[in-house]
Design a protein around this ligand. Structure first.
Ligand code: SF4
Length: 343
């Protein structure tokens, strides 16, 4: 009798869960904006990306941002999907990826805002452990002064911290932070976190012409980075059209000089100046998955067109162009698709 009752209850719960999962997955556009990829990451391999922060909201408004200008500079917590909704969306996506015969290396929280602003981050990471993939978070570090945010990040296997400079004036110019943020507290928080985090900790610095591409800047940054317990420090240059046209890569000669200064002053550092391998593919929903990815950054035109031609999606691609949802753009002599400005 007891067994019968248990299996009746289990059936009801399973039916309810299936209904809930279906309704969550119904909003394909939202699902594709939050869970994107898989995409190739220069540091992590093939990753399934999660961008659970509302579009246009960030605690910074970086001049080089590849997602465009921040429309709402905020330090208030926000997220798009609840932890369970996110779990279902990721589960569904992983099943699709497996059906395609692909395998991912990481689940990565990164996107058009700071993933650390989502207060459910630790809960989400714990739920996603079910899939047995390593979990990484790329944060802009703006909230690292807050110990609760530090605690949330402790759940990840890999954390990348954005530190473009150790100089407050340069920080104000490059990252254009929310007015209530204080850089000395952020740097202190970063140092504190680096001492207690048990996973792989890296830092990333974007080098921008005429802002942080001089010897003093790098030496000052190196002094700070050397106080951290970190595995590696990556230096990069903008590879996608930036929020501000003037936020461009230092010229080649400067980069060569900087590379020597970095090598001497920052042990375990690496320049990541070559773009990611230009690769693009979608699982079941070409249109929404492409639009979801374009919310984050422009995508290489040739990679998208090649995929669309090979998979009978060229009409959809042309439709998106004709309806002015996407447009072509050129940056550093490379052609991209990006979301149309008028959208
Ligand atoms: S680059 Fe990152 S931190 Fe800077 S504004 Fe864009 S999303 Fe925010």
């Amino acid at each position: 009798m007891k067994n019968k009752k248990n299996s009746w209850l289990r059936n009801i719960v399973e039916t309810l869960c299936r209904k809930l999962e279906k309704s969550i997955l119904k909003d394909k556009a939202l699902k594709c904006k939050v869970v994107y990829g898989p995409v190739r990451s220069r540091r992590l391999g093939l990753v399934l990306g999660i961008n659970n922060v509302k579009p246009g909201i960030c605690s910074y408004n970086c001049i080089y941002c590849q997602s465009g200008k921040t429309s709402c500079c905020s330090i208030c917590t926000n997220n798009c999907l609840s932890p369970y909704e996110l779990f279902v969306s990721v589960k569904n996506k992983i099943e699709e990826i497996k059906k395609m015969g692909k395998n991912i290396d990481y689940i990565l929280f990164a996107g058009s805002g700071d993933p650390a602003i989502d207060t459910s981050l630790s809960q989400e990471i714990q739920l996603l452990r079910e899939f047995d993939y390593k979990i990484a978070v790329f944060t802009n570090s703006a909230l690292l002064w807050n110990e609760n945010i530090q605690e949330n990040l402790m759940y990840a296997d890999y954390v990348s911290l954005k530190i473009d400079t150790a100089n407050e004036e340069t920080w104000l110019k490059i990252n254009r932070p929310h007015e209530r943020l204080k850089y000395d507290l952020i740097l202190k928080g970063i140092e504190q976190f680096s001492k207690k985090f048990r996973g792989t900790l890296t830092t990333e610095t974007m080098l921008i012409k005429n802002f942080n591409d001089n010897e003093n800047e790098i030496k000052q940054l190196g002094n700070f980075l050397n106080t951290l317990k970190r595995n590696a420090s990556y230096f990069m240059t903008p590879i996608y059209p930036p929020a501000e046209k003037y936020a461009v890569s230092p010229d080649e000669d400067t980069l060569k000089k900087l590379s020597e200064i970095i090598k001497t002053n920052v042990p375990n550092s690496m320049m990541l100046c070559c773009p990611d391998k230009e690769e693009f593919f979608t699982t079941d929903d070409f249109e929404n998955e492409l639009l979801g990815l374009l919310e984050l950054h422009p995508v290489n035109e040739e990679a998208v067109t090649t995929f669309a031609k090979a998979n009978d999606k060229i009409d959809i691609l042309q439709g998106l162009l004709a309806n002015k949802l996407i447009e072509k753009s050129i940056f550093a002599n490379k052609k991209y698709y990006k979301l149309a400005e008028t959208k």
